[in-house]
Write a protein of this length. Structure first.
Length: 110
Protein backbone atom coordinates (compact mmCIF):
# COMPACT_ATOMS: atom_id res chain seq x y z
CA UNK A 1 0.00 0.00 0.00
CA UNK A 2 1.29 3.48 -0.89
CA UNK A 3 2.15 5.86 1.95
CA UNK A 4 -0.43 8.54 2.60
CA UNK A 5 0.51 12.11 1.69
CA UNK A 6 -0.67 15.07 3.61
CA UNK A 7 -2.81 17.76 2.04
CA UNK A 8 0.13 20.17 2.19
CA UNK A 9 2.34 17.80 0.19
CA UNK A 10 -0.42 17.29 -2.38
CA UNK A 11 -0.98 21.03 -2.70
CA UNK A 12 2.77 21.63 -3.17
CA UNK A 13 2.97 18.94 -5.85
CA UNK A 14 0.01 20.52 -7.65
CA UNK A 15 1.64 23.97 -7.54
CA UNK A 16 4.90 22.53 -8.90
CA UNK A 17 2.98 20.82 -11.69
CA UNK A 18 1.13 24.02 -12.55
CA UNK A 19 4.45 25.93 -12.68
CA UNK A 20 5.97 23.38 -15.03
CA UNK A 21 2.88 23.44 -17.25
CA UNK A 22 2.87 27.23 -17.45
CA UNK A 23 6.59 27.24 -18.34
CA UNK A 24 6.00 24.63 -21.03
CA UNK A 25 3.14 26.69 -22.50
CA UNK A 26 5.31 29.83 -22.60
CA UNK A 27 8.23 28.07 -24.31
CA UNK A 28 8.39 28.52 -28.08
CA UNK A 29 6.64 25.59 -29.68
CA UNK A 30 8.84 23.12 -31.45
CA UNK A 31 7.22 21.07 -34.13
CA UNK A 32 7.87 17.39 -33.66
CA UNK A 33 9.82 16.21 -36.65
CA UNK A 34 12.37 13.85 -38.04
CA UNK A 35 15.08 15.92 -39.64
CA UNK A 36 15.45 19.63 -38.93
CA UNK A 37 11.78 19.95 -38.03
CA UNK A 38 10.40 17.87 -40.89
CA UNK A 39 7.31 15.80 -40.30
CA UNK A 40 7.09 12.30 -41.76
CA UNK A 41 4.99 13.50 -44.68
CA UNK A 42 7.40 16.31 -45.45
CA UNK A 43 10.35 13.93 -45.33
CA UNK A 44 8.55 11.55 -47.71
CA UNK A 45 7.83 14.37 -50.17
CA UNK A 46 11.43 15.48 -49.93
CA UNK A 47 12.56 12.00 -50.91
CA UNK A 48 10.11 11.81 -53.82
CA UNK A 49 11.23 15.20 -55.10
CA UNK A 50 14.89 14.16 -54.84
CA UNK A 51 14.19 11.08 -56.95
CA UNK A 52 12.13 12.95 -59.55
CA UNK A 53 14.70 15.74 -59.77
CA UNK A 54 17.51 13.27 -60.39
CA UNK A 55 15.54 11.67 -63.19
CA UNK A 56 14.57 15.01 -64.72
CA UNK A 57 18.15 16.26 -64.71
CA UNK A 58 19.35 13.00 -66.24
CA UNK A 59 16.69 13.16 -68.94
CA UNK A 60 17.54 16.78 -69.68
CA UNK A 61 21.25 16.11 -70.02
CA UNK A 62 20.61 13.03 -72.14
CA UNK A 63 18.19 14.86 -74.41
CA UNK A 64 20.63 17.75 -74.83
CA UNK A 65 23.50 15.45 -75.69
CA UNK A 66 21.28 13.46 -78.08
CA UNK A 67 20.30 16.65 -79.86
CA UNK A 68 23.94 17.73 -80.02
CA UNK A 69 25.31 14.43 -81.30
CA UNK A 70 22.23 13.14 -83.16
CA UNK A 71 22.15 9.87 -81.23
CA UNK A 72 18.52 10.08 -80.13
CA UNK A 73 17.40 8.27 -77.79
CA UNK A 74 20.55 6.36 -76.73
CA UNK A 75 22.11 9.00 -74.47
CA UNK A 76 18.73 10.03 -73.11
CA UNK A 77 18.13 6.49 -71.88
CA UNK A 78 21.62 6.20 -70.41
CA UNK A 79 21.41 9.53 -68.59
CA UNK A 80 17.84 8.85 -67.42
CA UNK A 81 19.13 5.69 -65.75
CA UNK A 82 22.10 7.58 -64.30
CA UNK A 83 19.71 10.28 -63.04
CA UNK A 84 17.52 7.61 -61.47
CA UNK A 85 20.56 6.07 -59.75
CA UNK A 86 21.66 9.49 -58.49
CA UNK A 87 18.15 10.20 -57.20
CA UNK A 88 18.03 6.87 -55.37
CA UNK A 89 21.45 7.54 -53.85
CA UNK A 90 20.38 10.97 -52.55
CA UNK A 91 17.09 9.51 -51.33
CA UNK A 92 18.92 6.79 -49.38
CA UNK A 93 21.16 9.46 -47.86
CA UNK A 94 18.06 11.27 -46.66
CA UNK A 95 16.68 8.03 -45.22
CA UNK A 96 19.99 7.44 -43.42
CA UNK A 97 19.85 10.99 -42.04
CA UNK A 98 16.29 10.40 -40.80
CA UNK A 99 17.32 7.14 -39.10
CA UNK A 100 20.27 8.82 -37.37
CA UNK A 101 18.05 11.64 -36.14
CA UNK A 102 15.55 9.11 -34.79
CA UNK A 103 18.34 7.26 -32.98
CA UNK A 104 19.59 10.51 -31.43
CA UNK A 105 16.07 11.34 -30.24
CA UNK A 106 15.71 7.86 -28.74
CA UNK A 107 19.06 8.19 -26.97
CA UNK A 108 18.10 11.61 -25.59
CA UNK A 109 14.79 10.24 -24.32
CA UNK A 110 16.54 7.52 -22.32
Amino acid sequence: MAPQMSDDEDAERMRALERRLSEARKAPGKRPGIVRGLSQGEAAWRMVIELATGMAVGLGIGYGLDALFGTRPALMIVFALLGFAAGVRVMLGTARQIAQAAERKADEAD
